[in-house]
Structures are given as structure tokens and as C-alpha cells.
Design a protein around this ligand. Structure first.
Ligand SMILES: [Zn+2]
Length: 830
């Protein structure tokens, strides 16, 4: 018989034993007393095993568990990197042997030297660093919060490494240092945990929450790794590319339920030409090791060489390639959040993706299809644990190879000689009159470890804009392009205060990937349709930001080092440009809108990333606004509260109908409804200005009967395709919205719109350029886009509608087109 009183006393004692103050998460010095307390298992703290059906640990529980591990295990140190967007602690657990944990600063220093071969004075020193150093591996869980299982798995992985004594674990602890990030999006873990708990036992159990799981970015929180808009990206970027330089970064994701059970690299085509082939080979080797480990453990349905490519820059696992590191992504089939899913043979047979015709047919890259049945969070957790341990074991066994390759890639980048007519650097000339954009660009580069120098006195350079030149006829549907530098024939004097980014630095490939225009290869399916890239095709950062950054071919002066100063941070650039300094978390940017104008930003009932990024740019530029929800639209009389109404890009059906019935509680379904569209029209008729982005233009064009049509509506991808590219816009600079801008600027087009009209009441503010339309990325069938309307104003009643056919604020990256938005708002106040 159980003595309940003893059990209660025992539980109370356990609670006292393991109660840990929050401050235990604070950064610790390596010198620490030996730990003697028993190491708590996740089960003993949470009351369930991570991965059990219908259980979920929220962020407080996860950080509490890691705090206890930090206290109890001499193999674990937990550090707080900073605060998330909604002010939760962002943590990393450093896990290694006790001896390594006591010498973390020494190993960090070794990594910093290996990352920059200029700090290594001889081959002897290099060999000593490689012989002494450890492979640093980062594992990051659940950046996409609905892909929730990895965040739960992180506790199990940490516990196993903290307690096991088998030979493989000992080898891992001895030879590697693990940076384990339980989640780079703490806010999202709580959004999903709170929603999931509320949904248990209801008809919508296991559905995704009807809101963005990152305050601004939602799923795009993994599209920010070169722009560094988000606090989370900034802090982890600092941890990785200023402090620890992990040789391997493993980003743990999930995919949809009905396809393969587990994706692991090698990746699909096309590869990014700036990624060293050695890295691609190493990525493939690690992936195959994991695939073999899973097969050997009896898991079926593992897929390689499919869907995900290495073209795009900007993801958690892609940014490492441009820092000479190995980036691995896995995607386990999802359950229904933490509830089991049932997957049928029909669903598997219908599941298709690049590299896999369906999920039932055996292929060399998918040799053992999974049989239909029940799919549980536990299955996901087990596969992720095997993957994590497989990667760590590989990192331990081939420690010196990883360190050597990492060093050599950095050395190669520094010593690479520029070929004839190829850039040696990129220049950001002083006096561009885009000071905030210049400061942000320079700050983002420095924060990701790129070296940026200021010219302390004038220099004479040969330089010119790097552009795409079409090499076949513009009338052909598939454009072929080459990169050219339109260099000036003579040397030009470049004034002091300009910035220069040299290519001979360890991050050469990152500089090229960010500054060069991209040329995405023409990839068509067998039926002539465009084959969709995994993400965008072009992202050239200075173009997106509207900052001229010409390529430098030669410098006249020799021994220029004394005329250059290496910048330390964004504030040094802000100081040069006489901008207010960044002193805290608050954005120092001054509100660009001088008039008093009441702004509403529509926020529907379905989480919409474009809406989130819109709030992001308004918050960053300190432009005041209020979010307008569906019920406010339904109430009407919007003009009494707002002068300007902004509708971020969203499909008409999502705007009008909201969430599908039965997927969320009835009160969240919403949508503005057909009958309330008239309230939007009344707002404009009574003098309001409505500003629509991209997809949301369709609602007003069709419902308000505006005299415009989207010429790309219903066009097949065999005739026109532009999946995230930079194109040229020709501005009508007589219009107040464009009056502060040059006549030709880059704009971002992501499966966007293009308008035509025959009505003279439509004021055309910008058109897609008639010549040199593609600036970076991929554009198939450009004749469909050339000369069409990109931005228009249509008067209606006492007010007007301003239609952006593209997204002027895409992912918070397109600072070059933000002035159009600010000017449109300012013009509305007049
Ligand atoms: Zn994901």
C-alpha cells in the first residue's frame, strides 16, 4: 500500500530541491563548482515524456527544465542571449564534456581564429588549433512553431547527453561543443502551446492557430537571416558569426503529414553558385549518414535529394553556407501538432514534390516508402533524436576534418584572386541621400560578420553598376542573361565617408551572394510549366534597399590600409551620417510622415505575414497606426476614425470569408464578409484613402468596379513566371507620391500583379520598365510585364484608392520602395 503522506512530503522535497530561480539562466563564468545534485529527467519535471500524445511543454516549462539541467549537470551551461520580440528569454544550452565546459572561452577563441585565417600566423599554429579545437555544432528546434515536436525533443536530447555514459556519447562530449537552441522563436512556442491546450478535445484539436506564430513574421521568421530585422535573428546571428562559428548548423523542421516521413539532404537543384562545392559535398555526406542511421534503426519513408534547394539565401540552414559552414535541414512529417494523425494510402499516393513522384513508390532517393497508418509526435521525436545524434557523432569522429575544411574555406576566400573584369569590392558612395537605408545595410552586414570599411580620405577607383544584360532577344520567352559591370572608362574620385566592402575576406561568398544580381536558371517541367524554386529567386540586398552599391574593379592608390577604418557597428555609420544613434531596443528612425494622419492597417482573422511585415516597417519607422479587425470593418463609419486604410496583400477569399468553418472556434472565423465590403467603399467615397498591396488589389478592383484589370490573372506559368525577383520600375515623377525619387528604381515582384487600363481617370504612378526589366532573379515571359502598370491612383467619390501591384514592404527588406508608401500616406493628408 502506498503511504500517501510520504509521497506528498517526497514531492514537496523534490520541488524544493529543483526549484531554480530565473537568474540561473543568466550567463555564467566557466569556473564553477562540481555539480552533485541528481539530474532531473524531463518526465520528472514535466509529468510526461516529451513527445507523448496530447502533451505540450510551453516556453516557461522548457526554460525551467533547461535551468534545472544547468544547475544539476556539469556538462550543461545555459545562457540567455536576450529577449524575444514579445520579451521572453531566448536561450542556448552549451553541452559538452565537463573539461570542455570549464574551458569554453578557450574553445571559442580557437573558433574565432579558425574562422579568420588572417589571425593564424603559421601552419604550425593552424595545426595546433585544429588538434586542440572541438567541432562546434548548433542544433535549433522549431523555428516554425507549429512544427512543435523538436522543441519538446530538445529537452530529451539535452537530458540524454547530460546523463549517458556509453562510448558514443562520451566521444560526442569529448570532441564536440553543442549549441542547443530549444527554439529561436520562444513567443511562437507559447502561441502554439496555449492554442493547442485550448483546442484539446474540440473539433479543431490539432489545427494550426489562426494567428501569426511570430509577432511580425509568422513563417517568414526563417526568411530573415541576412536582413536581421528580427530580435531573434540578430541575437542568434551574433552567437553564431561573432562568437562561436559553428562548423555544422542543424535546423530541425517538420513538413506536411502526407508525404515522406523525413526529409534530409542532399538537397535538390539548383545550387547557389557562391556555395563552395566542398560544402555541398559535406552537406550530402552528413545527410546520408542520418538517412542510413534512420534506415538502420528501422525507420521507413526517408527522402533525400528533393524539394528543398540551396539556391536561396536567408534561411537558418542556408546562411551557414555563406559563413563556410555546413547547414542541414530536416523535415519530419507532421502529426496534428501534438495529436496523432491518420495517413491513408490515397493521401500518400497523391503526395508529390520535386524529386518524389508520390510517397508510395520506391526510388533511389526514397528506397523504403512508409506504409499508411497512424503517425504520432513520438515517431517525429524519435527520428529527430537519431538525426541529432547522427550529426553529433559524425562531428565527433571527423573533428579534425571539419575544423580543417572550415579553416581552408576561409583561407581560400581571402586568397582568391579576382578574375579579369570581376569585382574586387563593392562601394557604397557617400552622399546617396538614403541615409537610413545605408545605415541599416551597413549594420546588417556588420552584424552578420561582414567587414565594412569607411574611406577616411578620398580614393580613386574604377567602378560601375553590376547589372544583368540579356544575351538573347527580348521577345523570347526565356531570357538568358549575363552579369556585366558598366565601368567608367577613367578613374573616378570617391569621397571620404564612402564605405567599401572587399571581397578578400573570409565571408567572400556572403558578400557576393548579397551584392551580386542573381541569375536563376530557366528550369521548366516536362509540360513546359515553370518549376517552382523552394523560395525566392533573387534578393540582391542593395537593390532591395534602394542603395547604389557599384562593383569596384580597381583602386589606383596602393597601400590604402591607412586610409580605411573598419566599422564596428551600425552606430558608427549612423554617427557618420548624422542620424540619431541606436541606444536601446527602440528603433531610432524618425517618423518620415510629417503630417497628422490617422492610419489603420487591416488585420484579418487569418494570420497574414504581409500584414505582420507591414506592422514591422511601421513600428521600425515609428509611424503610428492602429490595427483594424473584421468587426471594425463590419461596424462601418471608418472615416470617423481613419484617414488612410492600408490593406496588406491577401487573397480576396481570405479577406472576405476568414477562416474555414470548423477549423477554429466560431468567434474566430470572421472575414469582412460580402456585405461589409460596402463599408470600405463608403470609407473611400467619404474622403478616405485606401492603399492596397498586391493580391488585395483584386478585392477593390472587382468590388468597387475600378477601371483596371490584372493582366497576369489566370496566366499559366509556362507563359509568365516571376517567383520573387527584383524588377525595374519606371516612375512618373510628376506625381506627389514619386516626386522625391529617381525615375527608375528597383521593386520586388513575388508572383505579384500588373495592371492595364483604358480609363484616363486612372493616374499611372509607376510602370514595370520597358527595358532592362529584370534586375535580379528569374523572369519568364517578360513581355507580359513590360510597360504594365505597377502603381496607380484611382479617384472614387471624395477619396481615392492607391493600388500597389507589388509589395513595397516585402519581408521588411525592400527599403528602396518604402518612400512610395510614406509619400502615399503623406499625400493622403493634404
Ligand atoms: Zn519549417
Amino acid at each position: 500500500m502506498v503511504n500517501y503522506r510520504l509521497v506528498v512530503i517526497g514531492l514537496f522535497a523534490l520541488l524544493l530541491l529543483v526549484a531554480v530561480p530565473c537568474s540561473s539562466l543568466a550567463q555564467r563564468t566557466p569556473a564553477r563548482a562540481a555539480k552533485t545534485s541528481a539530474i532531473p529527467s524531463p518526465q520528472s519535471v514535466l509529468g510526461f515524456n516529451p513527445g507523448d500524445d496530447r502533451t505540450i511543454a510551453d516556453w516557461t516549462q522548457i526554460t525551467d527544465y533547461f535551468g534545472r539541467l544547468d544547475k544539476a549537470s556539469d556538462r550543461v551551461v545555459v545562457q540567455t542571449l536576450g529577449q524575444s520580440t514579445l520579451k521572453r528569454p531566448l536561450i542556448v544550452a552549451l553541452i559538452s564534456s565537463r573539461e570542455n565546459i570549464l574551458a569554453l572561452e578557450k574553445y571559442k577563441d580557437i573558433q574565432q581564429q579558425l574562422a579568420d585565417p588572417r589571425k593564424v600566423s603559421s601552419e604550425l599554429q593552424r595545426d595546433r588549433l585544429i588538434a586542440t579545437g572541438k567541432t562546434v555544432v548548433a542544433i535549433s528546434c522549431s523555428i516554425h512553431s507549429t512544427e512543435i515536436v523538436a522543441s519538446q525533443m530538445s529537452m530529451q536530447l539535452a537530458y540524454t547527453l547530460a546523463t549517458a555514459h556509453d562510448a558514443e556519447t562520451r566521444e560526442i562530449l569529448q570532441n564536440t561543443i553543442l549549441l542547443l537552441i530549444p527554439s529561436p522563436n520562444p513567443d511562437g512556442i507559447d502561441i502554439v502551446a496555449n492554442w493547442y491546450r485550448k483546442s484539446l478535445g474540440t473539433s479543431y484539436e490539432g489545427r494550426e492557430p489562426p494567428e501569426l506564430y511570430h509577432h511580425y513574421a509568422g513563417h517568414d521568421d526563417n526568411r530573415d537571416w541576412f536582413m536581421l530585422n528580427l530580435k531573434e535573428t540578430q541575437q542568434i546571428t551574433r552567437l553564431f558569426w561573432h562568437d562561436w562559428f559553428p562548423q555544422i548548423v542543424y535546423d530541425v523542421h517538420q513538413q506536411r503529414s502526407n508525404g515522406s516521413r523525413f526529409f534530409i539532404p542532399p538537397f535538390y537543384d539548383p545550387p547557389n553558385p557562391n556555395i563552395d562545392p566542398l560544402l555541398l559535398r559535406q552537406v550530402g555526406l552528413v545527410g546520408h549518414k542520418v538517412a542510413a542511421d534512420l534506415q538502420s534503426a528501422g525507420f521507413k519513408g526517408v527522402l533525400t535529394n528533393a524539394l528543398y534547394d540551396t539556391w536561396w539565401h536567408g534561411g537558418f540552414r542556408t546562411a551557414p553556407y555563406f559563413h563556410n559552414s555546413i547547414g542541414i535541414l530536416s523535415g519530419a512529417a507532421s502529426a496534428r501538432l501534438m495529436s496523432p494523425a491518420t495517413v491513408t494510402a490515397e493521401q500518400l499516393a497523391r503526395s508529390t514534390t520535386r524529386g518524389m513522384r508520390n510517397a508510395t513508390e520506391a526510388l533511389t532517393n526514397f528506397p523504403d516508402p512508409w506504409q499508411p497508418g497512424t503517425w504520432r509526435p513520438r515517431n517525429i521525436l524519435d527520428m529527430e533524436m537519431i538525426a541529432a545524434r547522427g550529426i553529433l557523432s559524425m562531428a565527433a569522429k571527423y573533428r579534425t576534418t571539419y575544423l580543417h575544411n572550415f579553416y581552408e574555406l576561409g583561407r581560400k576566400n581571402i586568397e582568391e584572386q579576382a578574375k579579369q573584369d570581376q569585382p574586387i569590392a563593392y562601394l557604397i558612395p557617400a552622399g546617396l541621400s538614403r541615409d537610413e537605408s545605408v545605415a541599416k545595410l551597413v549594420g546588417s552586414l556588420i552584424d552578420q560578420g561582414v567587414e565594412v570599411f569607411r574611406l577616411d580620405s578620398e580614393l580613386h577607383l574604377t567602378y560601375g553598376p553590376q547589372m544583368l544584360q540579356r544575351t538573347n532577344s527580348a521577345s523570347e520567352k526565356l531570357g538568358t542573361y549575363r552579369k556585366i559591370i558598366a565601368s567608367t572608362t577613367s578613374l573616378q574620385e570617391v569621397p571620404a565617408g564612402s564605405y567599401i566592402v572587399f571581397l578578400n575576406q573570409p565571408q567572400r561568398s556572403n558578400v557576393l551572394a548579397l551584392f551580386e544580381p542573381q541569375i536563376y536558371p530557366n528550369r521548366l517541367t516536362g509540360t513546359g510549366e515553370a518549376e517552382r524554386p523552394y523560395d525566392v529567386a533573387g534578393w540582391t540586398l542593395p537593390l532591395q534597399m534602394g542603395v547604389d552599391a557599384p562593383a569596384v574593379l580597381a583602386i589606383k592608390e596602393t597601400g590604402t590600409e591607412s586610409k580605411l577604418t573598419l566599422l564596428k557597428n551600425e552606430n558608427e555609420a549612423r554617427s557618420d551620417l548624422a542620424l540619431p544613434l541606436r541606444r536601446s531596443d527602440e528603433s531610432p528612425i524618425r517618423n518620415p510622415i510629417k503630417q497628422n494622419v490617422r492610419i489603420g492597417i487591416y488585420k484579418g482573422s487569418i494570420g497574414n505575414m504581409d500584414e505582420g511585415w507591414t506592422r514591422y516597417v511601421f513600428d521600425t519607422f515609428n509611424v503610428p497606426y492602429k490595427s483594424i479587425n473584421d468587426s471594425a470593418v463590419k461596424q462601418g463609419n471608418l472615416k470617423s476614425s481613419y484617414d488612410v486604410l492600408i490593406v496588406p496583400s491577401q487573397r480576396t477569399r481570405d479577406l472576405v470569408e476568414g477562416n474555414a468553418e470548423g477549423t477554429v472556434p466560431a468567434e474566430v472565423t470572421a472575414g469582412i464578409s460580402d456585405s461589409s465590403v460596402s463599408n470600405l467603399k463608403e470609407f473611400v467615397n467619404s474622403g478616405g484613402t485606401m492603399i492596397c498591396f498586391d493580391q488585395s488589389c483584386e478585392l477593390v478592383i472587382k468590388q468597387f468596379n475600378l477601371p483596371l484589370r490584372n493582366v497576369l490573372e489566370g496566366v499559366r506559368s509556362s507563359d509568365f513566371y516571376c517567383p520573387g525577383s527584383i524588377v525595374s520600375l519606371e516612375l512618373n515623377t510628376k506625381h506627389p507620391i514619386t516626386s522625391t525619387l529617381p525615375t527608375n528604381i528597383p521593386g520586388y515582384f513575388i508572383n505579384s500583379s500588373a495592371f492595364a487600363t483604358t480609363d484616363s481617370n486612372v493616374q499611372v504612378i509607376a510602370r514595370y520598365a520597358k527595358e532592362n526589366l529584370l534586375r535580379s532573379g528569374w523572369l519568364l515571359g517578360e513581355d507580359k510585364l513590360r510597360g504594365q502598370i505597377a502603381l496607380a491612383e484611382v479617384p472614387l467619390g471624395k477619396g481615392k484608392v492607391i493600388l500597389f501591384a507589388f509589395r513595397p514592404q516585402h519581408r521588411g527588406q525592400t527599403w528602396g520602395t518604402l518612400p512610395l508608401l510614406w509619400n502615399a500616406i503623406s499625400a493622403a493628408a493634404k
